[in-house]
Design a protein around this ligand. Sequence first.
Ligand code: G6P
Length: 615
Amino acid sequence: MCGIVGYLGRDEAYPILIKGLKRLEYRGYDSAGVALIDGQGELNVYKAKGKVSDLETYCEGKDTSGSIGIAHTRWATHGEPSATNAHPHYSASGRLALIHNGIIENYATIKENLQSLGVSFRSATDTEVLVQLIEHIQKSNDLDLLGAVQVALHQVIGAYAIAILDREHPDTLICARQSSPLVVGLGGDGDFYLASDASPIAEYTDKVVYLNDGDIAVMQLGHDLQVVNIDNEEQHPKVRQIDITLGQLEKGGYPYFMLKEIFEQPGCIRDCMRGRINVDADRITLSAVIDYREKLVAARRIIIVACGTSWHAGLIGKQLFESLCRIPVEVEYASEFRYREPVIFPDDVVIAISQSGETADTLAAIELARKSGAFVFGVCNAIGASIPRQTQTGVYIHVGPEIGVASTKAFTGQVTVLSMLALCLANERRTIDGARYKELVAELTRIPEKMEQALKTNEQIERLAPIFTYARNCLYLGRGYNYPVALEGALKLKEISYIHAEGYPAAEMKHGPIALIDSEMPVFVIATRDKLYDKVISNIQEVRARGGRVTALVTEGDERIRQFADHVIELPDTVECFQPLMAAIPLQLLAYHIAVCKGKDVDRPRNLAKSVTVE
Ligand code: G6P
């Protein structure tokens, strides 16, 4: 959601900025823009509605020279998607240009004040208010840019990551962060890169500084990075090393990132378990559990907070923790949890799950939990993101950058980490017997190989997909561990194919959705062999009796369901609690192929953002 890129150095900025914006396309956006200061001190701003490629077309033949610049992809919050509302925004005199991620909550009051002082506005955005405010302060107080930014930010309520250029200072780039991520890359030559996550920076440098809330960074060519706060107190951020390869950021021969990421899953899950499960495959060691053993083992209750796909992984976590560790678990939408008055005890463990580590609602839920004295544990993918920095401890899922907006490998990575955590805690709490523990650990290590087998369903699913493109509604059914997988399958389909889909616990279907079933309604049933197998078969019969068309995911060798399902997709057998790791794969592939058949842009579905940094 909204992307920021900046560059200050000796090379031409424009190609670096455009490439950076393309790396951030996965975050979701509806317009893009760039600002550059050329050799003559002109500050040029170019903006276009649509994709980064539309911006490039717009810039053809224009002066895009200059070795300092900022660029932005916008996901509309205030004001429709348009070139006028796109960032960067000029200040009234044209001296400053600013880009912004986040929301300025008190923008209307500030705007009214400025209007009463004669400042006029071109756009409907909250962002323009900020740049006009900074210029107004700069002019009326004779302050330098940093001083004006500090005064302005004192007046602002809300979340922001901003970057600002001043044509009077063509060697300086200033940025600031409050509740919206920003990363500064330190080049070898006193040059600087700036971005909302490390992906646009990774190919230029591996040395980065993740700004903290309240930080203002001043980048000046040939000087060390200076970081202060709004009261001008010097800050001392850590320089960190990032480990992202170019290959991880590119499609590697696949037509879409989503397909690449689906196929990466066996390798990702191996990476996720590497160093955590020993070579004999009979013991799991998580450093977070060693360091905080007492807190975790004594948990009276676990509260899982998350959004979207991560929330679905949380529902699987609930079943794992309850059945293996005998700890009661609640799974909460972070956006609801933060605004209720939830009862949180000091001996609760709150687990925040997030791929991006930047989801605004999840961050707010963490803050609430911390204030209530609970112990907060993060399950995150993006290294160094805000969530791992704001939780007391946690486990990275280590599945590499996920670019496709529809989450795939992060889901299976999250379920794998939750499985390891549940097994670790169950072993510590003695709620699982030793033999069963070893059996489950060993089975977990076999999952990547079984995933490779599950991926072989790809061709069959590609052939089936055209059958479903006509559908306006689909139903996904599952029970037990597979119920959250049904929710996730339905979410994948609606996200990228725009077909309405609902996930339901199979037995609950008769309390409502059964009324929708007819021969036009595809029903996908996860019917793998487990303790609810016979019950799910009855549910399939209920669908069939109403003329419904059933596609069943079954355990390999299942001949029973084949007799009455329209289509059968076979999956490798595994224990019940790890079945989601198998069943998720064909449902991801199904959503992918249906969307491709419908001609949709799978990696950049309309209206969606990968990283939701506003509430
Ligand atoms: C957005 C993404 C989803 C993701 C959700 C939560 O809606 O499009 O794929 O599941 O945010 O994001 P998080 O990064 O916290 O897991």
